[in-house]
Design a protein around this ligand. Sequence first.
Ligand SMILES: [Zn+2]
Length: 196
Amino acid sequence: MSMTGQVQIKKGQYKIKGDFHHLEFGEPIRMADENWRLAGITNPRQLTHIHSYGGEAIFFENLSKGKLMATRCDNKKCETKGSIYQPFRIHCPDCLGKNTVIDMTDIAKKTAKIHTFMVCERSGAFNLLDKPIKFINIEFDGVCTILFSYLAIGEPKMGMSVVPIFQKLDPTYTILDMAWVPKGTKENQLPKGFSF
Ligand SMILES: [Zn+2]
């Protein structure tokens, strides 16, 4: 029995176990108009990529706990000291110093508004969201950047107040663990696994 690749970091080193690649035989590719002459084969490949989150790991860890983390430049010598970044920026774009991680869950719950939005009837490959997807740009009081996410319930409107919801029941440790709903949405209306 093979096992999907598992990774741990121990004493500063990656420790891996299980299968990180999986070889299987493909299928012939045949010419339908030429007496099914052989033209080639398919090569199925499945691999497990080890994707390090580095300094952003704390952002994804906290989504699974219902918290939205941002960063802030606290460098006294920086012209833009005090700027808060959401999405999470590890380094300040102005002084390149390392930012301080802050919890902005309360700011998001109280001040998030739709800055603009777009509704997409079609998606790209590997989309996991229900269509149409209501992509929203979200602004927050005191935050100098705008967050790109999606509205899970209802119809977006310019300036609409929204609140974050989090996949705490069965987290994926990806950005899919967070979505937004109009302020006033009831807990029992939320998608499966999500809560405030
Ligand atoms: Zn700075």
